[in-house]
Ligand binder design. Structure first.
Ligand SMILES: O=C(O)CCC(=O)C(=O)O
Ligand SMILES: [Fe+2]
Length: 200
């Protein structure tokens, strides 16, 4: 996998890029089906908003259910995990980000106005998260479903990203504030957080 010149340029100047189709229709639908059946099997847990002792649940800040996705060769989500691994390598070689390992999380906003308040994924000195990549798994997403990802680039107006099937958004974790606007239909996303190579 390689980044396009436009993607490298956008990441450097604006701090993010959007790729309209990451896996292609057939692989995207298979990954979506597997993600959906994991959600329906009931194993997801409410997301917390801080680490360690300060860990709390607060649906006024964050209303999603989450689970981690591990490498699982031979399954559609395993293939997606592999594509995220290749994306990390492409970000390192194409955009010189020096990325190492990543965590991959499945998140479901159940609808009913669930959202995630404006935040950054990393703060200088507190975390080694360098890049965030989010892949959306929502077939037939419509404007009335809400749930757009709103990015706040430092030097320009906010940018809204519809969470439609197979769309990928990549941004620099320390640089881009973002929020999930209230979702009125179940909203599935897989998010990879890439750590610096020097991270423990
Ligand atoms: O699902 C999204 O669009 C963003 C979720 C998010 O910001 C996060 O989990 O940190
Ligand atoms: Fe985030």
């Amino acid at each position: 996998m390689e980044l396009t010149d436009e993607e490298v340029e956008a990441l450097g100047t604006r701090g993010y890029f959007i790729r309209p189709a990451f896996l292609g229709e057939a692989r995207a639908r298979a990954a979506r089906d597997e993600a959906l059946s994991r959600v329906e099997s009931g194993g997801m847990r409410p997301a917390g908003i801080r680490r360690g002792a300060e860990h709390t649940r607060d649906t006024a800040v964050r209303g999603d259910l989450i689970d981690w996705v591990l490498p699982q060769p031979g399954t559609p989500l395993g293939a997606l995990w592999e594509s995220f691994r290749e994306l990390g390598e492409a970000l390192s070689s194409g955009a010189y980000l020096g990325l190492g390992r990543f965590d991959l999380q499945l998140a479901c906003y159940p609808g009913g106005g669930a959202h995630y308040a404006r935040h950054r994924d990393a703060f200088p000195g507190q975390s080694n998260r360098r890049a965030t990549a989010i892949w959306y798994a929502n077939a037939g997403w419509a404007p009335e479903h809400g749930g757009v990802l709103r990015l706040y680039p430092e030097d320009s107006a906010p940018v809204d990203v519809e969470p439609s099937l197979d769309r990928l958004v990549v941004f620099l974790s320390e640089r881009i504030e973002h929020e999930v606007l209230p979702a009125f239909a179940p909203r599935l996303a897989l998010t990879a957080w890439y750590y610096g190579r020097d991270a423990g």
